[in-house]
Design a binder for this molecule. Structure first.
Ligand code: PLP
Length: 370
């Protein structure tokens, strides 16, 4: 039954039917009053989601587009950037900064570990960085950095904080103004309960000031263009009108649920999945205290290959789980639990995983059987 396939990858994530139906309507003109009203309502709700009064620009691009927008609007050739890398996406931020000519220093943690306070302090003490890039929830390892601990340390150094919140915004507690984050990026196909195609970039006053000194060229992602259009309640270029209509509805639904409930739900889904995985006798890549509320990275049992797990759970149960990326390919598999996901989905995912493993020859440890 193809139509009952269920995505348990870290994105794209499931989309509520009401949002799909809103997106499916005939597009409206992007210079119409009707669109402006929806666009500005979505913009205000985006500010609510990140707990900020800062401006937010909506790009018709994936999350990487917003990451590039963070760098291309700020980084000059030779600028010193410290990139905190705990996986593939932290490395991507560093790579983009390098392409724009930054002198990038990398502070890396091994897969499944978060950046440690002391390591950050030592790295910051070694040089005078203009920018620090940080990933909140590292999708490739299911690990989260403790932003409430790390960001105040970065701010103390005087560097501007550029944060990838692609799989954390709308899932994990994140208050942009309280933390004084300078640039925050996210993407629609994650906690937002939307298909891929939109990304969001929030910019602080300090970031806008730094933009004035940036000589790097840029057009499509340029904040000046976005700011000017925002004053006229619109976007500079033709946006994905249909997805912005869907976004407004998805954010309304998030407001109805409430931020605390959203955070509590994601934490509960994470915890019940992790408990279930442990009950199956499997290992998790990262420790409980470093676990992202959006994605869980699981080590397969010995002698059972990740591609076989993915193939069987898909064929038998219509559930898609993700492989590891780069060096973690075939060493872990990942289950996403962000956005439009409920407790029942986790039970279903766990039951399907158990059946899959047993079919592939896994013996559930005797002491764990009920
Ligand atoms: C943490 C993180 N950052 C950045 C990205 C890149 O986003 P996109 O694939 O939408 O370009 C992803 C995508 O999975 C991600 O999970």
């Amino acid at each position: 039954m193809k139509e009952k396939d269920f995505l348990m990858i870290p994105g794209p994530t499931p989309v509520p039917e009401s949002v799909l139906l809103a997106i499916a309507k005939h597009p409206i003109g992007h210079r119409s009053k009707e669109f402006s009203k929806i666009f500005m309502s979505a913009t205000e709700k985006l500010q609510w989601l990140a707990q900020t009064k800062n401006e937010v620009y909506i790009y018709t691009a994936s999350g990487t587009g917003a990451m590039e927008g963070a760098i291309s609007n700020l980084v000059n050739c030779g600028d010193k950037v410290l990139s905190l890398v705990i996986g593939v996406f932290g490395q991507r931020f560093a790579d983009i900064a390098k392409i724009y000519g930054a002198e990038v220093t990398i502070l890396k943690a091994e897969p499944g570990k978060a950046i440690q306070e002391q390591d950050l302090k030592e790295a910051l003490a070694k040089d005078n960085y203009k920018f620090v890039t940080i990933t909140h929830s590292e999708t490739s390892t299911g690990t989260a950095n403790d932003i409430y601990q790390l960001i105040p340390i970065i701010k103390k150094s005087g560097a501007l904080v550029l944060m990838d919140a692609v799989t954390s915004l709308g899932c994990m507690k994140l208050e942009m103004d309280k933390l004084e984050i300078d640039v925050l990026v996210s993407g629609s196909q994650k906690g937002f309960m939307l298909p891929p195609g939109l990304s969001f970039i929030y910019v602080s006053e300090a970031a806008l000031k730094a933009k004035e000194e940036c000589k790097a060229p840029g057009y499509y992602f340029c904040w000046k263009q976005a700011r000017k259009a925002l004053k006229d309640n619109t976007t500079p270029w033709t946006p994905n009108v249909s997805f912005i209509v869907g976004l407004e509805l998805a954010l309304t639904k998030m407001q109805e649920e409430g931020l605390d409930n959203i955070y509590a739900r994601h934490a509960r889904l994470r915890d019940s999945l992790r408990e279930g995985i442990k009950d199956l006798g499997l290992k998790l890549l990262c420790a409980d205290h470093d676990a992202s509320a959006a994605i869980t990275a699981i080590v397969p049992p010995e002698n059972i290959a990740v591609p076989d797990i993915r193939k069987t759970i898909k064929e038998d149960w219509g559930i898609t789980v993700a492989n590891g990326q780069k060096e973690l390919e075939n060493k872990i598999f990942r289950m996403g639990h962000l956005g439009f996901v409920c407790d029942r989905d986790i039970l279903m995912g766990l039951a399907a995983l158990e059946k899959t493993l047993v079919k592939l020859g896994y013996k559930i440890p005797e002491k764990l059987r009920v």
